[in-house]
Unconditional design. Structure first.
Ligand SMILES: Cc1cc2nc3c(=O)[nH]c(=O)nc-3n(C[C@H](O)[C@H](O)[C@H](O)COP(=O)(O)OP(=O)(O)OC[C@H]3O[C@@H](n4cnc5c(N)ncnc54)[C@H](O)[C@@H]3O)c2cc1C
Length: 241
């Protein structure tokens, strides 16, 4: 038995074994794994082996996405069948709160390049977050003589057009977002002209709003605050001061 090693990994569960595997891939071959019982004797032995691609957490979502890709290539790399079956899964939301949770999963999946389907189609109203914020500021500065209720404006476009605009602004997203044909029972027209009572309320055209949002991501990526490639956004080459 070796008495010295550059790295000693303690515990032969999925985390320890994976650590050893990735160290070896990086060329750290002077590494040993110590297991007090036998490999996978701990929690890993009990795990049902599910690897869902939806997640609340951006970081854990990345880990899952990476794991799916890894398990797919392991048989070819090792010559061993790892019994990995890509089956997909179906979850039913039985209340509105649960549906909100699923939408959050969708958003997280989208940011890490996992394909997902929007479960409705047809035309709907899109609001640009900056417009909403500016409208809110205008409303907070107005001094009405009583309560007021307004409809918030936006761009009414079909989801297909909206997805096309995303793909135009972010070519890396092409083909990742699909839209179901079922139309939402959305009113044909929503008057929001009363909002002008507040002042000059902005309604940024949806294509400009999507392009502006993509630009924010590119800027974050250029600043090193985001891995743009994971979002389908290619960061511009850094400019010299
Ligand atoms: C019933 C059940 C179902 C689950 N289903 C899923 C699932 O479907 N999908 C999913 O992603 N996760 C699932 N999990 C969670 C998953 O199993 C764990 O998160 C994961 O296995 C933890 O791996 P680990 O390597 O950190 O720990 P472990 O697998 O517990 O490994 C730790 C290892 O360290 C060894 N050890 C401890 N102390 C020492 C020491 N002093 N010296 C040497 N060795 C030591 C132990 O013997 C053990 O082998 C499930 C868990 C359970 C219990």
């Amino acid at each position: 038995m070796k008495s010295h090693a550059r790295v000693v990994v303690i515990g032969g569960g999925v985390v320890g074994v994976s650590t050893l595997y990735h160290l070896a891939k990086l060329g750290w071959t002077d590494a040993v794994l110590l297991e007090r019982s036998e490999l996978t004797a701990g929690s890993t032995w009990h795990a049902a082996g599910l690897l869902p691609l939806f997640n609340m957490s951006y970081t854990v979502g990345q880990l899952h996405k990476y794991s799916v890709d890894l398990y797919k290539r392991l048989p070819a790399e090792t010559g061993q069948d790892v019994s990995f079956h890509v089956t997909g899964n179906l979850r039913l939301a039985t209340c509105r709160d649960r549906m909100d949770e699923y939408r959050k999963y969708c958003g997280t999946a989208n940011t890490i390049g996992v394909p997902f389907e929007i479960s409705f189609g047809g035309r709907t109203l899109f609001q640009y977050a900056e417009d909403v914020a500016k409208t809110l500021v205008l409303a907070s500065r107005s001094a009405p003589d009583g309560p007021r209720v307004f409809n918030l404006g936006g761009s009414k476009v079909s989801l297909d057009e909206w997805v096309a605009a995303i793909e135009a602004a972010v070519p890396g997203a092409a083909g990742l977002i699909t839209v179901a044909p079922t139309e939402l029972p959305f009113p044909a027209d929503i008057a929001h002209d009363r909002l002008t009572e507040l002042g000059d309320v902005p309604v940024t055209p949806y294509r400009d709003a999507i392009a502006a949002t993509a630009a924010i991501y590119r800027r974050l990526a250029a600043d090193g605050r985001l891995d743009g490639a994971q979002h389908g956004v290619v960061a511009p080459a850094p400019t010299r001061p």
